[in-house]
Design a protein around this ligand. Structure first.
Ligand code: PRP
Ligand code: URA
Length: 216
């Protein structure tokens, strides 16, 4: 995943498997069960790319035939799904990193002000990991991501990455301006936001589409 030419902290996937699944994810006729499967599959693929620079330690492994040199992940990883929509990304990331810890952070956007409101925080007392991965399908205004990063930094997290499925340029700029040390990994960079703060063309409301809420 190369750095985006207009946004130095942004990495946008161009993998054919991601692009194929992304079109299905956006499709308004994709029903909730299929939508959840796609969130999981794309999260795995983007998460895989986000871990390309993870640190390793060598180890010796015995095959049925002989000993050989192998590697294991050295970074202790914390996954921070932003409720609700980030929940659908957790299982895929745990498949990639079974020993990761999971800390839930509840934020919702006030529909009028578009500002994030924190309502749940399950971080332990002290930062105990080397790398925090924030999981949220949508980076719109960037308010929620910025709030999450600030919570993690105050708590002591040093190395943070943001994993999204769809990002808007507005959100990328907001996060990059406040936190240029945080790399952003996404399956798509969309055109922009509409007057209600929705990403265009986007996929609609990621929480509602996963969990069947919203009356649609
Ligand atoms: C969505 C999404 C992000 C946020 C992005 O959550 O999952 O957390 O909006 O918007 P922002 O970049 O403008 O902050 P939402 O507030 O809809 O809550 P939900 O997941 O509970 O539906
Ligand atoms: N949150 C969503 O779920 N979708 C958007 O387009 C913007 C914020």
């Amino acid at each position: 995943m190369p750095n985006h030419p207009d946004h130095p902290t942004l990495h946008v996937s161009d993998h054919p498997a991601v692009l194929h699944k992304l079109a299905l994810l956006r499709d308004a006729t994709t029903e909730h069960k299929k939508f959840r499967e796609l969130v999981r599959e794309i999260s795995w693929l983007v998460g895989y790319e986000a871990l390309a620079d993870a640190r390793l330690v060598p180890l010796t492994v015995r095959t049925p035939l002989e000993e050989t040199e192998g590697s294991k992940l050295a970074d202790r990883i914390g996954l921070v799904p932003i409720l609700r929509a980030g929940l659908g990304m957790v299982d895929a990331m745990l498949e990639l990193m079974p020993t990761a810890q999971v800390w839930h952070l509840g934020l919702f956007r006030d529909e009028r002000t578009l500002r994030p409101v924190e309502y749940y925080n399950k971080l332990p007392d002290q930062a105990t990991v080397d790398l925090c991965l924030i999981l949220d399908p949508m980076l719109a205004t960037g308010g929620s991501a910025t709030a999450a990063i600030e919570v993690l930094k105050q708590w002591g997290a040093v190395h943070i990455k943001l994993i999204n499925l769809i990002a808007a340029p507005e959100g990328v700029r907001t996060v990059a301006a406040a936190h240029p040390d945080v790399s952003i990994y996404t399956a798509a960079l969309d055109r922009g936001l509409n007057e209600r703060g929705y990403i265009m063309p986007g996929l609609g409301d990621a929480g509602d589409r996963q969990f069947g809420t919203g009356g649609g």
